[in-house]
Design a protein around this ligand. Structure first.
Ligand code: PEP
Length: 251
């Protein structure tokens, strides 16, 4: 594993201000696991509050616009996220690709904008169930990487890839460890092809129904550098069990 493991919670469209108590508990818990990098991407409305409160948390956005400002009603730009205290942003989540028609080119433009604003980016890729059944999982992910990853000088140091099979998100189903290992190896090869030596240090997270019960097994797979966690990141209790699976507590 090139760095300390990275466990990131994606709160999606969940979390009113009352949920800040969970964030504070996660922050306190993260302090006990200094060997683990812990991030949360709350809804935009909580980014600033969480960034102000968190001492041991990396706070990020779940998406950003490709333009820094302008007439884009309802959108949030990368500089705005940075200004609110975010240090990273997720781009290309499958829910955005599917529900908002985001193409690889759009995801790449967002990643470029995020890096230009000084944010790190988590670029999500992953195949649908039909694509896996058709034996096309690696080809699909390969094409997504090719089209979505930022290509600027030094960008490799700002990028994390999240492999999230669409059929595993929110379903309780996870791929076999062999399938995770094969896909992560393929992603690593692609990263090396794009970034050269810089591709060796890019973290590759697994995402899709990670929970306290399966985290140990998934995090032990070769080339799995952490996890992107949806549902199980919403409470400190379940999220911290995943953090604990990634690295021991130090008192
Ligand atoms: C996600 O949406 O990024 C995700 C991994 O969700 P879940 O953990 O709920 O499957």
């Amino acid at each position: 594993m090139p760095h300390r493991p990275y466990i990131v919670g994606n709160w999606k469209m969940n979390g009113l201000r009352a949920a800040m108590s969970e964030a504070r508990s996660i922050d306190r818990g993260a302090q006990r696991h200094p060997g683990v990098r812990v991030g949360i991407a709350p809804p935009f409305t909580l980014v600033h509050a969480m960034a102000e409160t968190g001492q041991n948390l990396f706070v990020g956005g779940q998406d950003c616009h490709a333009q820094p400002s302008g007439a884009f009603t309802g959108e949030v730009s990368a500089p705005m996220l940075k200004d609110a205290g975010a240090v990273f942003v997720i781009v290309g989540h499958s829910e955005r690709r599917a529900m908002h028609g985001e193409s690889d080119a759009m995801v790449q433009a967002k990643a470029d904008a995020a890096i230009a604003a000084g944010l790190d980016v988590i670029v999500c890729v992953g195949e649908t169930e039909a694509e896996r059944d058709a034996g096309r999982a690696e080809a699909v992910v390969d094409a997504q990487l090719e089209g979505s990853l930022p290509r600027g000088e030094g960008d490799a140091a700002r990028v994390t890839v999240a492999y999230e099979p669409v059929w595993a998100i929110g379903t309780g189903r996870v791929p076999s460890v062999d399938d995770v290992a094969a896909m992560h190896a393929a992603i690593r090869a692609h990263l090396l092809a794009i970034y050269g030596d810089g591709g060796a240090a890019v973290r590759i997270l697994y995402g899709g129904s990670v929970n306290a019960g399966n985290a140990n097994e998934l995090l032990a797979v070769a080339e799995v550098g952490g996890a992107l966690v949806g549902g199980a990141s919403l409470t400190a209790d379940s999220f911290l069990q995943i953090v604990a699976a990634a690295g021991p507590a130090e008192d």
